[in-house]
Design a protein around this ligand. Structure first.
Ligand SMILES: Nc1nc2c(ncn2[C@@H]2O[C@H](COP(=O)(O)OP(=O)(O)O)[C@@H](O)[C@H]2O)c(=O)[nH]1
Ligand SMILES: [Mg+2]
Length: 309
């Protein structure tokens, strides 16, 4: 859909490019799924729950002609509490710091006020702007056409691309389009580096994802996870973590009947963690109540969900 416009270097080869691209958009647009598809492994957690992503996450993607640092951000939305405001702040901050802003729009949901609001912020960024229409695999062709037209009216984009992150459709093309807009420069990061998250944070997030996938309504939003212990032993990784909720009733839901829910969460999280660390994992999970932590700036910071300002 797009041509790389960089000038060939003197020896005839295109110059190597490197820089930053931020993925922004409404909650659930598919930002974290696209990040994982580009990296080729799971670094960001994803779920149908809005505000799954609470932390900015940077991942390094190497292509033959470029090194992209892709920045995943929390979905931009109308905040309801202190946590929500922090998530917005964290996402908006990235707009000023990157070479390319990729605004993601869900092909299956009509373009609405939420997208307009995001686009108004994107328009103010000095970065190059790409419109990325996501979830092409589940959108009907006429839906894609209509969405493209509506989304292109939101802001002046330098490029447009349609992708499916779950099917791996146009992921290479997305990387190519973005690479073309990066400044010339070397690989700034080691080729084997995938993300800037600590092991503790990856553990907490992987566990939180399993809670999100298994709980409903208010419960997923009330959950915060902290990794208390992580020890790399000879034959396994020893992990202890605590799942925090805001109410006793929520604790009951997470624990489940005779501990069935927490057991399932543990089994699923362990499977992902063993994949991540490529080692056996021993995982001990606790559940605790921390009343109204989402309204408490200090608690939000302790969980690592703050914007760092
Ligand atoms: N069918 C389909 N579903 C997708 C695609 N990308 C994301 N999703 C789903 O949409 C939901 C939200 O995705 P996520 O990446 O967490 O969205 P984010 O809030 O923008 O980070 C998840 O259930 C994903 O599995 C896609 O390309 N195709
Ligand atoms: Mg996300």
């Amino acid at each position: 859909m797009s041509e790389i416009t960089s000038q060939p270097a003197e020896n005839g080869a295109a110059p190597f490019r490197s820089g930053f691209v931020a993925l922004v958009g409404r909650p659930n647009a598919g930002k974290s799924t696209l990040l994982n598809a580009c990296v080729g492994e799971k670094v960001a957690i994803t779920s149908p729950v809005a505000q799954t992503t609470r932390r900015r996450l940077r991942a390094v993607v190497n292509t033959p002609v470029s090194q992209l640092v892709i920045v995943d951000t929390p979905g931009l939305h109308k905040p309801k509490d202190t946590l929500g405001s922090e998530l917005n702040r964290s996402a908006l901050k990235e707009l000023a710091d990157v070479d390319v802003v990729a605004m993601l729009v869900d092909a299956t949901k009509p373009v609405g006020r939420g997208d307009e609001w995001v686009a108004n912020h994107v328009a103010q960024s000095d970065a190059k702007k790409a419109l990325v229409l996501t979830k092409a695999d589940i959108a009907k062709p006429d839906q894609v056409t209509a969405q493209l037209e509506a989304a292109q009216g939101l802001c002046s984009f330098d490029d447009v691309i349609v992708v499916s992150a779950t099917e791996g459709f146009n992921i290479d093309a997305f990387e190519q389009v973005v690479s073309g807009y990066l400044p010339e420069g070397p690989r700034w990061f080691p080729e084997d580096m995938t993300s800037d998250e600590s092991d503790e944070m990856l553990v907490s997030e992987f566990i939180r994802e399993k809670v999100l996938l298994r709980t409903r309504q208010e419960v997923p939003h009330a959950v915060g996870v902290i990794c208390d212990v992580i020890e790399f032993e000879k034959r396994h990784v020893h992990i202890e973590a605590t799942i925090y909720v805001e109410r006793e009733s929520q604790k009951g839901i997470i624990v489940g009947k005779k501990g069935a829910m927490i057991k399932s969460i543990g089994i699923e999280a362990r499977r992902d963690l063993e994949h991540l660390f490529m080692q056996k994992v021993y995982l001990e999970l606790n559940v605790q109540v921390k009343r109204d932590w989402r309204r408490d700036q200090e608690e939000i910071r302790r969980f690592g969900y703050d914007s760092g300002e």
